[in-house]
Design a protein around this ligand. Structure first.
Ligand code: NAP
Length: 883
């Protein structure tokens, strides 16, 4: 009965002397083999315990018809030894399961690894011996193993999921699991076959089974996206890139987002015309490469529902073009999840298979399976007589294989299954607090299944084995993640997951495919290259987040969280650091303005709005330019007078263009960005007085500007936030105009530099302390700085309009923003505050690159709408092109 294959086997207690090794490895697949190679080379005694009777891991078990890799084989290979790369040539773009299995056998033989492996041996339990500082692994076959370090190389998709359908045992025909396909093969000729499941395994096997079976009935619960593999010889373009510079190609893969060397796409969907998008899509479709389609169309496809919907729509068209019966085509069309949020598949003739007369698709959403009977499958509507049922129903992914060793008992008798009862908790996906000397290769919390596994496996193993060598050299015998580091990693994982669309699909990525399993995005979504840099940073920061002990050395614990910035903020700051830009304050005022102009030219335009009008308004000493952003929705709309950032020195009415567009769209309000005059040519109080004059003029010309009758609102970022705050005070004191609300984004509110945020964020977060000093010096003499027209915190705060104050954790201006919000509240002003965790001074205005700023801008727009009496629902529903 195949269920025996998926149920845990009873373990036999092992008597006798335990085998003593430095390192025990569980699994002899891609990861286990490379581990054995590295460990042996480093002089560690080692053993691998493998349930199967040969090497291969997932490629040993998954022998179903049509099984192939779906990352191009030249990328899905070991890269640690250039000699190996020369010695093995793949025959196809996507190698078959038998060829990959031969490759792994070849590797095992070439590096003489089989001598370290105990085949046919399942680890039944693992216990940390506190006194001996060793793990004891019991097995179902032969001696237990006592080891200093215990490494799980068990793979992410190796623990099959039970069928969860009543009556399987009653079925009189044959039952197979794609994940446990008989080695001798299965003769399906002339048989009535059912396949349940349309994930990668189903989609690969269905066309092959259809060719053999008399009739194939596919039971589909959720349609999946499948892209044509266009398999064949290895493509020349990728091959010549590899052959041209093998080391460079591999290195690029290691630092890429997915582990496949494709560049980061920068063009966003709304910058491309329909024709340009279609051309990109058709090229990608023709390339037959999952990673290409997932990453190379446009930059927002994986992070924005709008950008993603455009891809889905194009794929829907392809399905309709192939599948002749419209009802079947519709049933095969995925509509319940964004493309890529659930693992898409690579296929050969999948959709065309449904045009065959011997294939029937059963849509389980319309007629769920009631039960499996002696003769076949019964749904709500009908019965199917069958000879064979194939389950392609997937795996208890990521945690299943680890928890299959049960119990894994760490410190204080705690079992890993209990510790993970609400979902896996790890540091880097590699280690778990309270489980010293235990490592997982590509565990939950690492890029793993969202990456080219071959690259991630090598990175993990190199990192782990290098650490074991370093520990040995330093005399340490235990290594353990701290709770702080682990909690910090969970937070960082959650921050990364909010950027992507994975949270919007019920998948095995989130545990949703296994009834009762704790849910949450399990793989690290921050990318392979960023993950690598974090692992390296941990080492360079003295094994941050790990406690190291040894019998003859002092304990070392450099506790902390490795990433406190939002993931995209970290990337942007890293890129800025790599650019090695001169400090802005060293460029001189005009030089700095010119530099910013050039810098902004390289940034993509923001999203379209209804209309943009450039004009001038009369200021105190002559005209001031402005730029008006009008929503596309029917007006009239309330007006927000906006003041750009730039320390009173830099920028103009256009320099915060992406932010103004975004806020105009989200709030459904007109934004009028004012070009106030700048220091040092116009020093204090020019900017403040210009801001006030512009606001008064705009308030008096609302109708002329096409705005809704009623009071205006003000908003500003940084020095612009300062001007907005000051404008509210001046308007109150000078008899108007009436202002309905103020949005202050990272505002300057005070001339004191002794608040902690100035010291905490003095360097490294773009707006530095020395840059702020420079701005102040250019704008305002020390004697004027306590004037409320530049330090509004020192002014009278009663009677001001309601405020929404945004501060960012990694911003020198953070604490004066918080102080202003608190002072406003104390003065009886209705005030809301957003203290943006992990953000820096530019997070919300870098609309095109800091995706984690979206939720903050949503809240800002809601606040503006409330101030204007419009209600706080989103103004502009995100328009998804209708099909
Ligand atoms: P999967 O993606 O989890 O797909 C399982 C399928 O079975 C889904 O369609 C699922 O429907 C359905 N299913 C599960 N339980 C069911 C039930 N009780 N009744 C009806 N339908 C049920 O599993 P997989 O296809 O084995 O693939 C898993 C992963 O392995 C892939 O995503 C991929 O990462 C990897 N893989 C890779 C390759 C390759 O590289 N070539 C090949 C195979 C697999 P729902 O979607 O509604 O849950």
């Amino acid at each position: 009965m195949p269920e025996a294959m998926v149920a845990a086997r009873a373990s036999e207690a092992t008597n006798g002397t335990a085998q003593q090794v430095d390192v025990a490895v569980v699994g002899a697949g891609f990861a286990g083999l490379y581990l054995l190679h590295r460990l042996a080379k480093a002089g560690f005694t080692t053993v691998a315990l493998e349930e199967a009777d040969d090497v291969g891991g997932t490629w040993y078990w998954n022998r179903y018809p049509g099984a192939r890799c779906d990352i191009q084989t030249i990328d899905y290979s070991y890269t640690f030894d250039p000699e190996l790369e020369r010695a093995w040539q793949w025959s196809e773009k996507y190698a078959t399961q038998p060829e990959i299995l031969r490759y792994l056998g070849f590797v095992a033989d070439r590096y003489d690894l089989r001598r370290h492996i105990r085949f046919g041996t399942k680890v039944s339990a693992a216990t940390w011996d506190e006194a001996a500082e060793r793990w004891l692994l019991t097995t179902d076959n032969g001696a237990a193993v006592s080891c200093r370090y215990y490494i799980m190389a068990t793979g992410c998709l190796s623990s099959p999921k039970p069928p969860e359908i009543d009556g399987v045992k009653d079925f009189n025909g044959e039952v197979y699991f794609t994940s446990r396909w008989p080695h001798e093969g299965v003769d399906l000729a002339g048989k009535r076959v059912a396949v349940i499941g349309t994930g990668s395994s189903g989609i690969q096997s269905i066309p092959m089974i259809a060719e053999q079976a008399a009739h194939l009935t596919v039971f589909q619960r959720t349609p999946n996206f499948a892209l044509p593999a266009h398999n064949g010889p290895r493509p020349n373009d990728r091959l010549s890139l590899l052959d041209g510079d093998r080391a460079g190609y591999r290195e690029q893969a290691r630092w890429s987002m997915t582990g496949v060397p494709y560049p980061q796409q920068t063009a966003v969907s709304w910058q491309l015309s329909d024709a340009e998008r279609r051309e990109r899509f058709e090229q990608a479709w023709a390339a037959g490469d999952l990673v290409h389609v997932l990453t190379q169309l446009w930059a927002d496809q994986g992070v924005d529902v709008d950008g993603n919907a455009l891809v889905s729509k194009l794929i829907h068209e392809k399905i309709r073009a192939v599948v002749k019966d419209p009802d079947t085509a519709e049933a095969l069309t995925p509509r319940d999840h964004p493309f890529g949020a659930k693992r898409p598949c690579l296929d050969t003739n999948y959709y065309a298979t449904y045009n065959r007369p011997n294939v029937t698709l059963v849509n389980l959403r319309q007629e769920p399976i009631k039960e499996i009977t002696t003769s076949g499958i019964t749904t709500d509507k009908r019965s199917f007589d069958l000879d064979v049922i194939v389950f392609a129903t997937g795996f208890d992914a990521m945690t299943g294989a680890i928890k299959a060793v049960h119990p894994i008992t760490g410190r204080h008798g705690k079992s890993l299954s209990d510790v993970w009862s609400h979902g896996p908790q790890t540091y880097l996906g590699l280690t778990v607090a309270e489980f010293p000397n235990l490592f997982m290769i590509t565990g939950p919390g690492s890029p793993s299944v969202l990456s080219n596994m071959a690259v991630s496996i090598e990175q993990h193993i190199d990192w782990v084995v290098d650490r074991l060598i370093a520990l040995r050299e330093a005399g340490f015998t235990t290594i353990e993640a701290t709770e702080t580091a682990q909690a910090g990693w969970a937070q960082h994982m959650a921050d990364c997951a909010t950027v992507t669309l994975h949270r919007l699909a019920n998948t095995w990525y989130t545990g949703a495919n296994v009834p009762g399993k704790a849910q949450g995005v399990m793989p690290y979504t921050g990318g392979v290259g960023p993950y690598r840099s974090i692992c390296n940073e941990i080492v360079s920061r003295g094994m941050l987040g790990f406690r190291l002990t040894g019998p003859d050395v002092a304990e070392q614990c450099n506790d902390g969280e490795v990433v406190r910035l939002q993931p995209d903020v970290r990337l942007v700051l890293g890129m800025l650091a790599d650019m090695n830009l001169p400090p802005i304050e060293s460029l001189g005022a005009q030089g700095a303005r010119d530099f910013l102009d050039e810098f902004n030219k390289g940034r993509p335009a923001g999203r379209p709005v209804g209309e943009i009008v450039d004009g001038t308004l009369p200021g105190n000493d002559g005209p001031l330019p402005y730029r008006l952003y009008r929503p596309a929705t029917p007006g009239p709309h309330p007006i927000v007078v906006y003041f750009h950032g730039g320390g009173w020195v830099l920028g103009d009415e256009q320099s915060d263009d992406p932010f103004c567009r975004d806020m105009c769209r989200r709030s459904g309000m007109i934004f009028v960005s004012v070009g106030y005059r700048h220091a040092p040519w116009h020093r204090f109080p020019t900017a403040a007085e210009d801001g006030f004059a512009a606001t008064r003029w705009i308030a008096e010309h609302v109708a002329e500007l096409g705005g809704a009758p009623g009071p205006v609102l003000v908003a500003g970022w940084s020095a612009g936030g300062n001007i907005a705050a000051v404008t509210c005070q001046l308007a109150r004191d000078r008899g108007g105009p009436e202002i309905a609300g103020q949005l202050l984004l990272n505002p300057v509110t005070d001339c004191a530099f002794d608040r902690p945020s100035y010291a905490d964020n003095a360097t490294g977060y773009f707006l530095t302390r020395s840059l702020m000093y420079w701005f102040w010096d250019l704008y305002c003499s020390p004697g004027d700085r306590t004037d409320p027209r530049v330090s509004p915190l020192r002014g009278k705060l009663e009677g001001l309009p309601p405020a929404f104050v945004v501060t960012s954790e990694f911003d020198p201006l953070r604490d004066e923003g918080i102080a202003y919000a608190e002072a406003l509240a104390a003065a009886g002003v209705p005030v809301e505050q957003l203290n943006a965790r992990g953000h820096f001074h530019c997070s919300f205005t870098m609309v095109d690159v800091i995706i984690t700023g979206v939720s903050g801008r949503v809240r800002m727009a809601e606040a503006l709408r409330r101030f204007a009496g419009l209600g706080d629902e989103a103004a502009v529903p995100i328009a998804v092109a209708a099909e």
